[in-house]
Design a protein around this ligand. Sequence first.
Ligand code: GDP
Ligand code: MN
Length: 377
Amino acid sequence: MKLQEYQGKELFRAVGIPVPPGEVATTPEQAAEIAGRLGWPVVIKSQVLVGGRGKAGGVKLANNAEEALAKSTAILGMDIKGLTVEKILITQAVDIEAEYYVAITLDRDVRRDVVIVSAAGGMDIEEVAEKTPEKIIKHWIDPAIGLPAWLARDICFRAGFDQEAATKAAAMIVKCYTAYVKYDATLAEINPLVVTPKKEVWAVDCKFIIDDNALFRQKVTAEGETDATDPLEKIAQAKHINYVRLDDGNIGIIGNGAGLVMSTMDAVRDAGGRPADFLDIGGGAKAEVVANSLDLVLQDPNVKGVLINVFGGITRCDEVAKGLMEGIKRTNPQVPLVVRLEGTAAAEGQALLAESGLPFAKGLREAAEMIVAKSLS
Ligand code: GDP
Ligand code: MN
């Protein structure tokens, strides 16, 4: 889940990273009132979940109440890369001598967290990465060593920070890593990390992404946006269904247990179909989950048929059957379904479904061949 800047900054504050004081407003009057309390000049910052707000005109300095009103009015309601600005963050402005870039993120290829630091931070960091990549220093964190201060300092020196900035910035990077670990982040970015003429350091901007899989224990009051961009995956997340949509498939797949679902996908492919999704109803699924799952898979317009493959252990096949009947009643499917039910309470489940006339398959291979034949012929 991507957090808004002001939410991420709260997490930064909680681990002791220096963040300029600020408050959120939704009207220009509120903004001017907050600014008056914070003291001039202030920065007025659109709160939208995209980068490059500065270049888009969504970050502006204000020196007095009149400017605060005018600039808040300009920013509120502004469209930035397709998002409408509904909130602004008003913060004390800091003097900038230098802008540095700091980020910690998960490098899935290396399977480690990586610290990325550059002395050429600010709004042009993408261009720096492209044209002068040597100005960007990366350090992959060994989990057994973590990120002690000496290591963070060494990274800053390699990135060309001067002595004093390096020591202060290193302390911030260590805290940034603390926040990254504590809040289950996949990204914690400070750009810019500002050094003032008086050699103070501040986290002036914040990008923070929390791993969606950790949201159950990170009590983020969710104004953020989940990583899912696919509309069906968003529905799945809201309903706590384990669903991944696949490009360019034609057979919907529902099963229980990740391993069984993946083998079902393989079997469908062997039989000449293309899996349209991965959907795991999990262990001990109740009828409601099964009904919601069928409903979800059938919403994918590419799906020409659905294979339901359940091997009952703690999951009871009669419960699955009830859920399927409920789902069928609700959705009135226009594409063929094939069911394989084995294991706990299979006989009861099959008896329940027999009335509905749903075709049964005995084994996995047979099930896959049946659904492909019915759907794609
Ligand atoms: P982004 O463009 O979405 O990354 O938004 P930022 O929060 O990074 O702001 C963009 C730019 O605005 C920064 O790179 C700074 O140059 C400038 N800026 C932001 N806050 C301040 C501030 O407190 N003082 C000054 N002087 N400039 C600021
Ligand atoms: Mn920024």
